[in-house]
Design a protein around this ligand. Structure first.
Ligand code: AGP
Length: 607
């Protein structure tokens, strides 16, 4: 989704802005631009396509100046062309960058056209530029013009504005879209997330909903939504710069797949002993809330939704508590019957997904408490939920979620233990789960070591146009996640089915052109699954099966890859790895843009 960077400094800012845009590339975008003020004029440069095209253009005709704003755009209103790329300007004097969607831009645009403004783009953003300009021309200060404009906007936005007649400052605001302030030494910055600014500072202020901010060389002033001047804490972002580098890997996605054995340790660290869960990890008051919990409602999107579906099996099987799971975009727009004492859980890598956030806001007052399982500290979901459990996966740059998913599952399994304790889980059973979690890093490593073998398997996929994924029980959502991974990065159409549904329809699709991928658990459902595999084989379908050691034999038309022996409750986490690798290698063979697949964004901050 769109990314913003802005800088006020005593040194040239173009390189800082371009580096910031590169660091935001992972969010997904289709055009980029920057505007720099040199003390006399605002100079703007924009390009459709990659940030490197913009950087090449800037190198050919450098933009000098120590005040600037920049943007990566993910098209919503208007095609991804240079004309629609940000920054947008009103005349020569004002430049603006915007994330989000202005829902009432049409009537505002009509009124501005009536007043004589001409539009040079199809975007909703240009309306904001002209509205501010109109107010300034009517005599308002930049600050008043900005605030009166923002008060007219409906929708979600993060904005950054600079004006030639009000030099030395950037004004910014957020409502529904994320924005941070980077605090430097004699220079200050804004950005959509801290990743964009790690090369210049590690001190950040996370703006609250409705905040308005003015940054200058040596000052950051923030007003809240009631326009009271407020102090927001400056937080030091502890990071290792290598998290934003690919290192020896060709793609971030592969690096992140390989990181999984390590990052799950970070999810568990300090939260479990040798054989017990440390329940206080969920925060103050969590134990009392878990005591009262009688029902769980999980809301999420995409991969995080799949994590929720797996958690449903755990929460109902192990904790014996009813659990409902729904995608946020559906949940937010319907009436709900929420039973008493419902614990409302959101799952999100970014913590900024618009639908998930809206679902939380819609239901917050009707539930016992809200808990978010999230990877980004300080994100909106973390700030707006009663409780949070950070997944600690470290920044995930590849658009396709990998380590965020497996760490979400670890967090959800720990939550399951907390709930199950109140519903008959014995100390011995708890110890069994916790000891299993301690084995997880080495089990995931065994999965990752299948890499070379799976790379060979992927050759059979790269030429195909479709694939079916089958699973049973909690391995069905794993199959869904495998299908999502394959389609989002390789563009091969893939569907997942519970294996038992095969003969109720999808079997009609099976022929030699339709590979069928199956994750075969080592449990009571294995024999049923074997029968499903025979149904596929009998129709000439080519099967790719990931199964426990010696559970299914390789034969003609049936390629089996053996997985390590895994405790049943860990199967969904470990069996995810080969499916991630399969998608990755299929995408590399097809030559797609693995880390930034077409049309997709890492952080979906608009509906
Ligand atoms: C998965 O690979 C995608 N990146 C996408 O489905 C993602 O999981 C979804 O947009 C939800 O994002 P979130 O976890 O940041 O809320």
């Amino acid at each position: 989704m769109c990314g913003i960077v802005g800088a006020v400094a005593a040194r040239p800012v173009s390189a800082i802005l371009l580096e910031g845009l590169k660091r935001l590339e992972y969010r997904g975008y289709d055009s980029a631009g920057l505007a720099v003020f040199d003390g006399e004029q605002i100079h703007r440069l924009r390009r459709a396509g990659k940030v490197r095209f913009l950087a090449d253009a800037e190198q050919a005709a450098p933009l000098s100046g120590s005040l600037g704003i920049a943007h990566t755009r993910w098209a919503t209103h208007g095609k991804p062309t240079e004309d629609n790329a940000h920054p947008h300007m009103s005349g020569e004097q004002l430049a603006i960058v915007h994330n989000g969607i202005i829902e009432n831009f049409e009537p505002l645009k009509a009124a501005l056209e009536e007043a004589g403004y001409q539009f040079s783009s199809d975007t909703d953003t240009e309306v904001i530029a002209h509205l501010i300009d109109q107010a300034v021309k009517a005599g308002a200060s930049l600050q008043d013009a900005f605030l009166s404009t923002v008060s007219q906007l409906e929708g979600a936005f993060a904005l950054g504005v600079m004006h030639k007649d009000f030099p030395g400052q950037i004004l910014a605001s957020r409502k529904g879209s994320p924005l941070v302030v980077g605090v430097g030494m004699g220079e200050n910055f804004i950005a959509s997330d801290q990743m964009a600014l790690l090369q210049v500072t590690d001190r950040f202020i996370y703006l609250e909903e409705g905040d308005f901010v003015q940054i200058t060389l040596d000052q950051v002033s923030i007003w809240d939504k009631t326009q009271q001047l407020v102090e927001r804490p400056v937080k030091v972002f502890e990071h290792n710069l290598s998290v934003a580098e690919k290192g020896e890997f060709r793609h971030f996605m592969m690096k992140e797949i390989y990181e999984q054995p390590e990052v799950v340790k970070a999810t568990m660290q300090g939260r479990i002993t040798e054989d017990r869960l440390l329940e206080q990890s969920f925060g103050n008051g969590a134990s009392e809330l878990f005591d009262q919990t009688r029902q769980v409602q999980i809301i999420a999107c995409g991969t995080s939704y799949h994590a929720g579906l797996i958690a449903k099996y755990w929460i109902e099987d192990i904790a014996g508590i009813p659990c409902a799971v729904e995608v946020a975009s559906e949940f937010r727009y319907r009436k709900h019957v929420i039973p008493d004492n419902t614990l409302f859980i959101t799952i999100s890598q970014s913590g900024e997904t618009a639908d998930t956030l809206a679902a939380l806001r819609a239901i917050k007052e009707q539930v016992l408490a809200s808990l978010t399982i999230c990877n980004v500290p300080g994100s909106s979901l973390v700030r707006e939920s009663d409780l949070s459990l950070m997944t600690n996966a470290g920044p995930e740059i590849g658009v396709a979620s990998t380590k965020a998913f497996t760490t979400q599952l670890v967090a959800l399994l720990m939550l399951t233990v907390a709930l199950a304790r109140r519903n008959g889980l014995s100390e011995e059973q708890e110890a069994n789960i916790i000891r299993g979690l301690h084995q997880l890093p080495s089990l995931l490593l065994a999965g990752v070591r299948l890499d070379k073998d799976i790379e060979l398997l992927a050759q059979d996929f790269a030429e195909k146009n479709h694939a079916l994924f089958l699973g049973r029980g909690p391995l069905y959502p794993v199959a869904m996640e495998g299908a999502l991974k394959l389609k989002e990065i390789s563009y091969i159409h893939a569907e997942a089915y519970p294996a038992g549904e095969l003969k109720h329809g999808p079997l009609a699709l099976v022929d030699k052109e339709m590979p069928v991928v199956t994750v075969a658990p080592n449990n009571a459902l294995l024999d049923k699954l074997k029968a499903n595999l025979q149904e596929v084989k009998a129709r000439g379908g080519e099967l790719f099966v990931f199964a426990g050691a010696d559970k299914i034999q390789q034969e003609d038309g049936l390629k089996v890859r053996q997985m390590p022996d895994v405790p049943e409750f860990l199967e969904p986490i470990v069996y995810t790895i080969p499916l991630q690798l399969l998608s990755y290698h299929a995408a590399v063979l097809k030559g797609t843009d693995v880390d930034q697949p077409r049309n997709l964004a890492k952080s979906v901050t608009v509906e």
